[in-house]
Ligand binder design. Structure first.
Ligand code: UDP
Length: 322
């Protein structure tokens, strides 16, 4: 294959929930997109709206494949690295895959990018803040993780290594990188299979099954609509001032999981019962949850001029109507 910049963007994990929305947005803006995805959690169906576009190509493969990753990175102007093991349940069930994909996959992408000087967006996570109680979380705040015998923390830890590595490539080798710490992102096409709460609640409400709130339901999260997150990612990769920065990407509208369950039930017109499920029944191992999670988004606003705004009722309606 020729070593030319045939595509504007390489999206690793482009067949996933966020990746597929990102591809659609790029194509709608007239950009060309190459996707590398092993279809482990993503699917061809997610790319239904992209696959016939002549500016789009999917390569089925893994970011763990060094030579393939390098070959594809070299064909693109910029890289959005989304491929990762995601979802709390999957992480607990498949701890080896989680660590290897997240650490080695990112290393492969950064190495390949370095050899061609390619600008990279690294997708990180709000999970990084762990048990920190210094809410709202600022990018420079401390991260507080639990013990290594609790698999959940391997995700945050592997993403922290990704961040360190990406920043090291920037500082030591001048590779242009930007790191986005995504907070809870939701929207059409997200699967509840890997533990994500909102698609699960909606599925339960629509099918009339009990809505399962884990713990006491007082834990909080900030949910953002995927379209706004995708726009933020594009703004960040296109802004030279974002290079070398770690940026929170999320909404500041905080809601408790118990309240979320109530809203899903009301908006969907469901008569499902809402049940509290103790963590020990919900997860396969001694589980620690985060009580509060909310971002400080000042840096995102400075760099992109806006922050995600869709309110939770609108988000629930959009998913229900999809
Ligand atoms: N959760 C819940 N019921 C479910 C799935 C998740 O109450 O069926 C809770 C989960 O324990 C957590 C919150 O919802 O407190 C968000 O979970 P999710 O896995 O979506 O994301 P994360 O924990 O990474 O924020």
């Amino acid at each position: 294959m020729q070593n030319t910049k045939k595509y504007d963007y390489l999206v690793t994990g482009g067949a996933g929930f966020i990746g597929s929305h990102l591809c659609e947005r790029f194509l709608s803006r007239g950009r060309s997109v190459l996707v590398l995805d092993d279809l482990s959690t993503g699917s061809l169906a997610n790319l239904d709206k992209c696959s016939d576009n002549p500016s789009f190509r999917l390569v089925r493969g893994s970011v763990l494949n060094k030579s393939l990753t390098k070959e594809l990175v070299h064909q693109c102007r910029k890289v959005i690295h989304l491929a990762a093991a995601v979802g709390v349940e999957k992480i607990i069930r498949e701890p080896v895959e989680t660590i290897e994909t997240n650490v080695m996959g990112t290393e492969n992408v950064l190495k390949a990018a370095e050899s061609s000087g390619t600008h990279v967006f690294i997708t990180s996570t709000s999970e990084i803040y762990g048990k920190s109680e210094d809410v709202p979380f600022r990018e420079n705040g401390d991260i507080v993780l639990g013990a290594t015998n609790r698999s959940r923390w391997s995700y945050a830890c592997s993403k922290a290594i990704d961040e360190f590595l990406a920043l090291a490539y920037w500082k030591a080798k001048g590779l242009p990188v930007v790191i986005g710490r995504l907070f809870n992102t939701v929207g059409p096409r997200q699967s509840g299979r890997y533990g994500m709460v909102l698609p699960r609640f909606i599925e339960q409400a629509v099918s009339g099954n009990p809505i399962t709130v884990f713990g006491d339901g007082k834990q909080t999260r900030c949910f953002s609509l995927v379209y706004e997150i995708v726009d933020a990612i594009i703004s960040l990769i296109e802004n030279p001032d974002a290079v070398g920065k770690v940026v929170n990407v999320g909404s500041t509208q905080e809601i408790s999981i118990g309240d979320l369950a109530e809203r899903v039930r009301r908006i969907s017109g469901s008569d499902s019962e809402i049940v509290l499920v103790p963590y020990e029944d919900a997860y396969p191992e001694d589980f620690e949850d985060m009580h509060r999670r909310a971002p400080d988004v000042s840096l995102l606003r400075t760099l992109t001029g806006k922050t995600p705004e869709a309110d939770i009722d609108t988000i629930i309606r959009k998913i229900l109507n999809n």
